[in-house]
Design a binder for this molecule. Structure first.
Ligand code: COA
Length: 205
């Protein structure tokens, strides 16, 4: 039996669990520091906290971090990896991923996501429902491309940046590290590190 542990008993975690079942994982267990107050996350059991998971990673065929905060997710992915956890890439059967794309461990790609040819995506990334990442994009570690966001060809997105729901990024634009791109934004120029941008065209807030 293929057993998956998910750290983070959130709504996002439920989407990860559902995606896991649809892609061949036979058993899914959640871990979250809210345990034991929370015993279930949707259809799946919450069985322990972070410390419990770190102590038993070898019991699982794979471990995924389903924490929305990009910095926290990056840190947890690192800790689990150092503990010897296997961090699979989870691809929903209705996602379309080029065979020439390289996806880092611990990343998830949900229904309707498209990752096109020659993209490189770091570890612990989220390519959310209906998001598209076109040819030759380079995404760092723990990047989140929200539902319905679109990255044109050759876009670079730095580590831990969050591309908001329904936003668009023009071809070849470079988005720095630790950036938040607001919902519905249109990014038409390069964005420096560590800022929030929003609007059409997107400007720093
Ligand atoms: C941009 C964002 C980070 C700002 O969050 P915030 O700092 O809490 O901002 P507030 O909600 O307090 O709004 C502050 C102002 O910015 C405006 N604003 C907020 N988000 C905006 C956006 N995406 N585009 C344009 N203006 C926006 C608000 O209308 C408000 O304007 P006002 O001062 O004139 O009333 C946030 O609104 C956002 O878009 N986050 C992305 C959400 C997302 O993608 N979720 C997907 C989850 S999978």
């Amino acid at each position: 039996m293929k057993r998956l542990a998910i750290l983070g008993a959130s709504g996002h975690g439920k989407v990860v669990a559902d995606c896991a079942e649809l892609s061949g994982w036979e058993s899914v267990s959640f871990f979250d520091d809210v345990w034991p107050a929370k015993q279930n996350n949707g259809a799946w059991p919450v069985v322990g906290d972070t410390a419990a998971l770190l102590a038993c990673v070898a019991d699982f065929d794979g471990v995924l971090v389903a924490i929305g905060n990009n910095s926290v997710r990056a840190a947890k992915v690192r800790a689990l990896s150092e503990q010897g956890a296997v961090l699979p890439v989870l691809v929903h059967p209705a996602a379309v991923v080029s065979r020439y794309a390289v996806i880092g461990s611990g990343s998830v790609l949900f229904a309707g996501a498209v990752v096109n040819v020659d993209c490189r995506i770091g570890i612990g990334a989220i390519i959310n429902t209906g998001a598209t990442v076109d040819h030759d994009c380079v995404l760092g570690d723990a990047v989140h491309v929200s539902p319905g966001a679109h990255l044109a060809g050759g876009v670079c997105v730095g580590d831990r940046s969050w591309v908001g729901i329904g936003s668009s990024v023009r071809q070849l634009a470079r988005v720095g590290c630790d950036v938040v791109v607001g919902a519905g934004a249109a990014v038409v120029s390069d964005i420096p590190d560590a800022c929030v941008v929003a609007g059409v065209p997107a400007g720093v807030r």
